[in-house]
Ligand binder design. Structure first.
Ligand SMILES: Nc1ncnc2c1ncn2[C@@H]1O[C@H](COP(=O)(O)OP(=O)(O)OP(=O)(O)O)[C@@H](O)[C@H]1O
Ligand SMILES: [Mg+2]
Length: 479
């Protein structure tokens, strides 16, 4: 662009200078020639009429006026009887005058004119030479002034053109960059363009509006996709939960049915064993055997009770408003003696916590079972078991598909071994255990599940191998 402007101005300068120079030259030369002709004609008229020619002195004086008043260098009048010259003539080298009012040139500086003067029957020749140098000097100075004026004008206009070109080119380049960035999908950054060119300013505003609209549309699209993903995730999560609950329900019904039958079988065994034991004399050898039968039957009854608890078949369930803090304190009385000093037990509870509709003794059992598992996950290594109570308000988007509402949340978390997803999927199944034979029956969490369900509470588990586990039990508030 700059090269184009400069090149254009150079060509313009050349044409303007040469054409204006020619005009100046021609007009000055024309003036000079006019002046010379008029002056010469006046001289000739003076000589043809009047009495100047009568006196040689007057003629010579007239010829002198050419030198003195009209930038002349030579003046001569010659004929058959007269041959007069000005005394002020400059010496001329080998110059020959042409005939009849014609011009001649001596070197570059002097123009000559030769014209006839008719006086009666006699024709004389008037020859005059005029100095052209003042005219040439005027032409040269006019050309020089023209040169500088043109140079200044064209230089300034070239600078102005360059400045304007740059003032347009820079914002245009920025607009171009912004348009490309938008096309490449990078439209997070706003376009702030300051330019005195109104059209470019408007274009920049339009481009920026388009960019903002794209950002908005993109965000809306992203939000829609995110919402869809979330819905999909929730749907899949709910489906999984439903399947899991159905499985647990089925297992629960089965286990509950078997437990019922077993209970019916165990009742006469326990009652009759107790009766036989009462009847046997203290010295009887059979006492030991009957005691063993009774003990085994009682253990079986406890087990059956737990299975019945899991299958919600909690006999004589009476609920009342329970303060979870008090239930936790009671559970700690049972749990604290079981743990080693390297296990830190942390209990946290908000001061004002609404009561929950439940059975206090069953809540104590639930807390003890969860704390026992948490402690066992430490496997004797130093660690922390934390019990936390707080009230929470869950909205519709609450995790784990728990219905919206107000809950009292009991959390038992540990810094123990954690679980992989496959284990988490089965922990509430009765008799599912990862402990070695004799160490666990796999009924602890089944009972926790049964107790929670019978009070309308929900359990959420988060755990990761090596990162500990957290069991959240959400009790609906009693009021
Ligand atoms: N806090 C926990 N950290 C790691 N694993 C756990 C935790 N709680 C439960 N589990 C896993 O879930 C399984 C089932 O637990 P559950 O309490 O039902 O049975 P158990 O503890 O094995 O036996 P029981 O409680 O009858 O003595 C456990 O064997 C263990 O693998
Ligand atoms: Mg357990």
């Amino acid at each position: 662009m700059a090269t184009l402007v400069l090149g254009g101005h150079a060509v313009l300068f050349y044409f303007l200078y040469s054409s204006l120079g020619a005009v100046v030259q021609r007009s000055h030369e024309t003036l000079f020639v006019e002046k010379v002709r008029t002056f010469s004609r006046l001289m000739a008229d003076q000589l043809e009429v009047g009495g100047v020619l009568e006196s040689p002195k007057a003629t010579t004086d007239l010829l002198d006026t050419v030198i003195l008043n009209a930038d002349g260098v030579y003046a001569e009048l010659s004929g058959p009887t007269v041959n007069l010259r000005s005394d002020l003539n400059r010496p001329l080298l080998n110059f020959r005058f042409e005939q009849d009012f014609s011009f001649g040139q001596h070197g570059d500086d002097i123009y000559f004119i030769s014209m006839p003067v008719v006086r009666g029957d006699v024709t004389l020749q008037l020859r005059l030479g005029f100095d052209e140098r003042p005219t040439n000097a005027t032409i040269a100075s006019a050309r020089q002034r023209m040169f500088w004026t043109l140079s200044a004008y064209l230089g300034l206009s070239a600078l102005a053109a360059l400045f304007v070109g740059m003032a347009i080119a820079r914002p245009v380049r920025r607009l171009q960059g912004a348009a490309r960035a938008i096309a490449d999908g990078a439209y997070s950054q706003g376009l702030q363009l300051r330019t005195p060119v109104r059209e470019l300013h408007t274009l920049a505003l339009d481009l920026d509006r388009m960019r903002s609209e794209l950002v908005g549309a993109n965000e809306r699209l992203r939000a829609e996709i995110h919402e869809k993903d979330q819905l999909e995730l929730r749907r899949a999560g709910l489906e999984r939960q439903l399947q899991h609950r159905e499985r647990i329900e089925t297992v629960g019904t089965l286990a509950g049915g078997i437990a019922h039958e077993f209970n019916n079988i165990l009742v006469p065994i326990i009652l009759l064993s107790e009766l036989v034991l009462k009847r046997l004399p203290p010295t009887s050898e059979s006492r030991q055997d009957v005691s063993s039968v009774l003990e085994a039957a009682r253990r079986a009854r406890d087990l059956v009770k737990q299975i019945l608890a899991f299958s919600h078949d909690i006999s004589g369930l009476v609920t009342e408003p329970v303060d979870l803090r008090e239930a936790v304190n009671e559970a700690m009385k049972l749990f604290r003696p079981l743990i080693l000093p390297n296990c830190q037990l942390v209990i946290r509870a908000v001061p004002q916590c609404p009561p929950v509709q439940a059975s206090r003794s069953l809540v104590v059992q639930l807390v003890v079972n969860l704390c026992k598992n948490a402690y066992q996950s430490l496997a004797g290594a130093p660690g922390t078991v934390t019990v936390n109570i707080r009230d929470v308000q869950l909205d519709d988007a609450a995790s784990g598909g728990v219905p919206a509402g107000r809950y009292v949340e009991l959390t038992v978390s540990d810094t123990g071994a954690g679980m992989d997803p496959a284990t988490i999927a089965r922990i509430f199944e009765p008799f599912y255990t990862t402990r070695s034979v004799g160490e666990g029956t796999g009924l602890g969490l089944s009972v926790v599940h049964g107790i929670a369900e019978s009070f309308g509470a929900r359990i959420l588990v988060t755990s990761e191998r090596g990162m500990g586990s957290t069991f959240r039990v959400l009790f609906p508030t009693a009021c």
